[in-house]
Design a protein around this ligand. Sequence first.
Ligand code: NAD
Ligand code: ZN
Length: 248
Amino acid sequence: MINAVTLNKIKTARVIAVLTGAGISAPSGIPTFRGSDGLWKNYKPEELANSHAFSKNPQLVWEWYTWRKNLIRNVKPNAAHYALVEMEKLYHEFNIITQNVDNLHTLAGSRRVIELHGNIMRSKCSKCSKPYVEEFDPRLHIPQCLICGALIRPEVVWFGEMLPEAAIHDARKIVSSCEILFVVGTSGVVEPAASLPFLAKTGKAVVIEVNPDITPFSPHADEVSRIPADQFFPRLVESLAVKREGKY
Ligand code: NAD
Ligand code: ZN
């Protein structure tokens, strides 16, 4: 599954980071964007997840998000999410940087999670960013901000938008200084998250890709595992049992 030298480095490391994408949640039943089941009513995610689509047809965009929110509410974290919770307990510093908006790392019990692209379960004003928690049926109405009157939108980062400054700043700091970076279930085409594994390589990190498919980062990874994340991480946690017994 992984070469013995790398496994030893994982065992002896103190500072580990994990960059996750939609693939880690795929075994929970949440479609990835680039998988064959990523379409809703024949729209590509890029066509709906942008501010232009929202100004043109907020109802359509909200209907898509409501469909995704309901889907996410009905799924559970999988073995990969739970294995990462176990790993967090074994290391001096263990950070997850996720592109996912599904909240599954936190739901599983991971404590240090940086959400690069926001969280689909939260909403905010499309103009002044005031947070809202209200649930509603977008086919009937879309609530307006109590302060400025603009429409409420999902608190996620849309294509063409900047990432939350603190999140990307912290993510860059973490990958630059970690000893091991796992790059899990991400196609590596959405910037600036796609640059993080390359940034890790300019630091001291050993970068390990976990993805059944080849990605643009694959040729640059120090090690690649083509085993799906929900099998890879539980097996890795088993191999780390020796660490748990305090021998490292
Ligand atoms: P992506 O859809 O572009 O790529 C998913 C990757 O996961 C692919 O490379 C695929 O080979 C891999 N994969 C599939 N099953 C896997 C498994 N079991 N184990 C490991 N890897 C597996 O996703 P992305 O790179 O995260 O970028 C898409 C954008 O879409 C992100 O910005 C993200 O916010 C958003 N998105 C989020 C969710 C979510 O929150 N669950 C779902 C879809 C899309
Ligand atoms: Zn407002």
